[in-house]
Design a protein around this ligand. Sequence first.
Ligand SMILES: *Cc1c(COP(=O)(O)O)cnc(C)c1O
Length: 430
Amino acid sequence: MKEHEIYPLLPIVKGDGLYLIDDQGNRYMDAVSSWWVNLFGHGRSEIKTAIQQQADQLEQVIFAGCSNIPAIELAEKLIQLTPKTLDRVFYADCGSAAVEVALKMSFQYWKNIGQPEKQRFIALENGYHGETMGALSVGDVALYKETYGPMLFETIMAPSPDCYYREEGESWYDYSLRQSDKMAELLEQHHHEVAAVILEPLVQCAGNMRMYHPIYLTRVRQLCDQYNVHLIFDEIAVGFGRTGTMFACEQADVVPDFMCVSKGITGGFLPLAAVVTHDSIYQAFYDDYATLKGFLHSHSYTGNALACAAGVATLDIFAKHNVLADNQILINKLSQVAERFKQHPNVGDVRQTGMILAIEMVKNKATKEAFDWRERRGIKVYQYALTQGALLRPLANVVYMMPPYVITEDEIERLAEIAWQGINLAADAD
Ligand SMILES: *Cc1c(COP(=O)(O)O)cnc(C)c1O
């Protein structure tokens, strides 16, 4: 909080498509989709109207013993949209809660079917799955995790397939495949005690937008099948078109046992999350009350009718418009503006997966030596961008664009120009 003596909070009073507007009427391009939740711009009319209409009918009802229409509709749409064999939905109210649900469900599944020794989880180094205790336990971003270490359960960490550290001349494919050998070793060694592998497919977003090749997902799916271990994909950040496909897992043509979705699910209007899984998992919990095999997990706002109505409206936008095909134009534009940054003396890596473009600032381009984190170069880019009408909030020294899909090609160019000037300024600052 002390930071805000130097960096005052932005009082945002209105949203308008790509733009956020402060109390002085200044407009800022929301280059980070308000922490990756916004898909179709602020104030998108179809979603706004759906929430208003739902509020006229029903805002919320207990989700035990009762259901509601938007919750049912959204579940039906989700199972249509997700890979074919995922056909059961469990709601939660934020991404972290969805991760807790997936972990608990996997854990209890093995208990219910008589393999209670499968209690541990394998996760990826540099992964991020949220801020609650289970999610932090399977996460690996030290900044968020370290303080709470003594409170957390122990997770088996596999080296990340993130291609930033690949050898000179090595392809993403070769590097990510090579990294999967370590996962194979860990599974061979621990599978009897492991319930599930959890990972973020293709992009480790909170872990500085590090990216990898889909071959890793293909290999891990094979390994999980071979060793009888669940595979949990945390698509909370990458789902709903961010990587170019509706879900990241489609690029590897694999299906996880549990898929966690949130963030974009309501177009960025209301908090909501879901875990989508197979009927075979559901069946392991389906039994007489006295067997206590049921999944006793609930949140007060589970299946909230307003949030689900926003979710239905969001998925309807995907159904009515060629969102993914149209985004291809924006993806190409992002690739085009990316080129310039590759030559910058303080840029160590420029990487892109679909609608996510990340530019990593370094002290030394040749060795990729990082700037000292205490120098906080990223904040300098952020501050400069604000003066130019863009909310471009970096992750440490990684400047990235993950814009709402309503951005235009011209606006991408403008953002890139602001990022370029901001990086020049930050790299030269002392
Ligand atoms: C944001 C995020 C979460 C946590 O979601 P919250 O809604 O912030 O709790 C979990 N996993 C990934 C990959 C995320 O990006």
